[in-house]
Design a binder for this molecule. Structure first.
Ligand code: ZN
Length: 411
């Protein structure tokens, strides 16, 4: 699939620090230790609806990972998928009497526009589920051959993964069996399907149903499961033990757990990813933002209302990426006021030296993406520039580059 255009990233003097991130599997903040090329996979959208602020916050968090690694001298191989065939897409298309494929293309196009407006660095590989079907089929064949996948005995072409065969099942999310069952049922799983070996077994291949799209394959006609889709796309581009597997915290289980055990079963190697990193959820005015409540705030809608995308970006980065937090009108107003002050400060002919700010922002972001601290440090420099002035004419453009390169905020 076509990705979106890359914004320019200014080069900063010196080099950034090694990035430490919280890893869900070990429940610790640990250093990432990428080679010359850092490898990251972030789960993409299912394009049945527009990008809401929760999605945006997640992709902004991993955009900072990308930027901090690049500043530390790494090349970054970033992969993202688009789940352009799955139940939610078909359900929405049916509800709206829409063509599922056109709906997916339309929402994916809007997502690209939103990401471009928010100055998110594009993935190197942007891969759709439909285009990865041959890769999924090859993986499922291997899992069947290894007897860790099985067919149901009901005449369907449905194929499931047997979680009881995976010794590391549970080591990514660290959840109890009861919690797993609850999340599995809420998040696309079918714990009560008759004939499965274990209630938590996820489907790998969904055999053709009347009225649903399906693809011919050696497995029988059908379509890929969601978890194996990400396994296939990640393995074929990044290989095992890539640096960061990312997504919203609602992907911790079952999605990331299942993708990991699929990969570890098929390769006999571990781990799938060295860090599992999860972004918090964004609520609206104190309540959870969800499609069932009908209170989603869409990036495209804000853009349509002439909200500066840099204010959206600044507002979302004003909270820590792991924190569940709320979107409010005040948050957006405060971000716009902050941007206005920063823009006035960097437009000054001279300012206080920027070296300490650069070192400070690098140190804060390298510490599990402390954007709260980083934005406050920029505030202090801007306050000094606007109230006390300064005599370094090189400082304002350097601060402009710090904001752009490390935080993705163009001022
Ligand atoms: Zn995924």
């Amino acid at each position: 699939m076509q990705s979106w255009p890359a914004p320019d990233v200014p080069r900063l003097p010196g080099r950034g620090q090694p990035l430490r991130l919280r890893d869900t599997a070990s429940s610790r903040i640990r250093p990432t230790e990428p080679g010359p090329t850092a490898r990251m996979y972030v789960c993409g959208i299912t394009p049945y609806d527009a990008t809401h602020l929760g999605h945006a916050a997640t992709y902004l968090a991993f955009d900072l990972v990308n930027r901090v690694w690049r500043d530390a001298g790494h090349d970054v191989h970033y992969v993202q998928n688009v789940t352009d065939i799955d139940d939610p897409l078909l359900e929405r298309a049916l509800r709206d009497q829409d063509d599922w494929m056109v709906l997916g293309m339309r929402e994916t196009a809007l997502f690209r526009e939103d990401m471009t407006a928010l100055r998110v660095l594009p993935p190197r590989d942007y891969i759709g589920a439909v285009e990865s079907i041959p890769e999924v089929v090859a993986l499922v064949e291997k899992l069947l051959a290894g007897d860790v996948a099985y067919r149901l005995d009901d005449g369907s072409d449905d194929i499931y993964f047997d979680v009881s065969t995976a010794p590391r099942f549970g080591s990514e999310s660290n959840l109890s069996h009861e919690a797993m069952l609850a999340f599995f049922g809420e998040r696309g799983g079918d714990p009560d399907r008759a004939g499965k070996r274990n209630r938590l077994d996820p489907h790998l291949w969904r055999g053709a149903r009347p009225g649903e799209p399906s693809w011919e394959s050696s497995l029988g006609p059908g379509r890929p499961g969601w978890h194996i889709e990400c396994t296939a796309i990640a393995l074929d581009r990044l290989g095992m033990s890539f640096d960061v597997q990312g997504g919203g915290s609602d992907l911790t289980f079952p999605h990331h757990e299942m993708s990991a055990v699929h990969a570890e079963s098929v390769t006999g190697e571990e781990p799938f990813a060295r860090h599992y990193v999860h972004a918090g959820m964004i609520g609206l005015d104190g309540s959870k933002m969800s499609k069932s409540r009908g209170n989603l705030v869409f990036v495209s809608r804000l853009r349509g209302d002439r909200v500066d995308p840099m204010a959206i970006r600044t507002a979302l980065l004003s909270g820590h990426y792991r924190a569940d937090r709320s979107w409010t009108a005040d948050l957006l107003d405060a971000a716009q006021a902050r941007l206005d002050r920063w823009r006035a400060a960097v437009a000054s002919p001279a300012g206080p030296p920027a070296e300490d700010l650069l070192a400070g922002v690098r140190r804060l972001l390298a510490d599990d993406l402390d954007t709260v601290g980083a934005l406050a440090a920029v505030d202090r420099w801007a306050e000094d520039a606007l109230t006390l002035g300064g005599d370094d004419p090189a400082a304002p453009p350097v601060v402009q580059d710090i904001l752009d390169a490390l935080l993705g905020i163009a001022v």
